[in-house]
Design a protein around this ligand. Structure first.
Ligand SMILES: Cc1cc2c(cc1C)N(C[C@H](O)[C@H](O)[C@H](O)COP(=O)(O)O)c1[nH]c(=O)[nH]c(=O)c1N2
Length: 223
């Protein structure tokens, strides 16, 4: 099956216009059909040895969301103290979650023991199952964007808070807590870029030819 030029362009448009959404969520609920489509996209992610280690916990209950928000607030306070003083002040100004505003939360987990201890492709690098679950997150994120839904990843929260709020057993790893919903608009650029936290790296800096090379400054031999 060939992808047409128009379909290719739609994929790139989705990739480049995807954003981490924190503050533009609208309260309207997401239809069950759309939720199932984005979950199906996540479920079709690649996975090591085809182990499909993920599960998806859908969170719509207001009290549960509040417990998660409280956990975020606590972790956010503790995190602010880890930065240098000026960064810490800037950090405190950033909006880094939309837990209560987003109509839907999805917690993605990884069952590392699914299908037994020996998995094709994970024999040497045991973390491959975790990476597989992250592939599901990315599929979900892009599918949601194609549905014009915003997604925000909230990782400033202790696993224990999510375990307790969502009843996740100790032997199941927590990969991501995502906030999902319709949005007033998608920003053109990452919020951290607009806020001056960090710029986007030049692609050229990330590309190496044949061997790892240290970064060059302005293509000159200054260092
Ligand atoms: C693993 C992981 C974890 C987090 C994130 C992302 C990823 C990949 N990001 C979103 C992150 O800040 C964002 O992706 C970058 O700033 C780039 O912006 P766009 O995603 O392109 O809008 C994120 N954002 C946020 O507001 N709170 C958070 O806790 C996190 N955590």
């Amino acid at each position: 099956m060939n992808i047409t030029e128009q379909e290719r362009d739609a994929v790139y448009k989705t990739i480049f216009s995807r954003r981490d959404v924190r503050g533009q969520f609208l309260p309207e609920p997401i239809s069950q059909q759309v939720i199932m489509r984005i979950l199906k996209a996540a479920h079709h992610a690649p996975s090591v040895g085809f182990m499909q280690p993920w599960d998806f916990i859908l969170v719509q209950n207001a009290e549960t969301k509040q417990a998660i928000k409280n956990g975020f607030e606590q972790a956010h306070q503790a995190s602010a103290e880890m930065f240098t003083q000026d960064k810490s002040e800037q950090y405190r100004q950033l909006k880094l979650e939309g837990i209560l505003e987003a109509p839907l939360g999805i917690c993605i987990t990884c069952d590392r023991s699914r299908n037994g201890p020996v998995v094709i492709g994970r024999t040497i690098k045991p973390e491959m199952d975790l990476y597989s679950a992250v592939c599901a997150v990315q599929n979900l994120w892009l599918a949601a964007r194609a549905e014009n839904l915003g997604v925000g990843w909230v990782s400033i929260i202790e696993d224990e808070v999510l375990r307790s709020a969502l009843g996740i057993p100790q032997d199941i790893d927590i990969i991501a807590y995502l906030c999902i919903g319709s949005v007033s608009h998608f920003k053109d650029k990452p919020e951290l870029e607009t806020a001056g936290w960090l710029p986007r790296r030049a692609l050229e800096e990330a590309i190496h030819h044949d061997a790892w090379q240290p970064h060059q400054v302005n293509n000159s031999s200054e260092r």
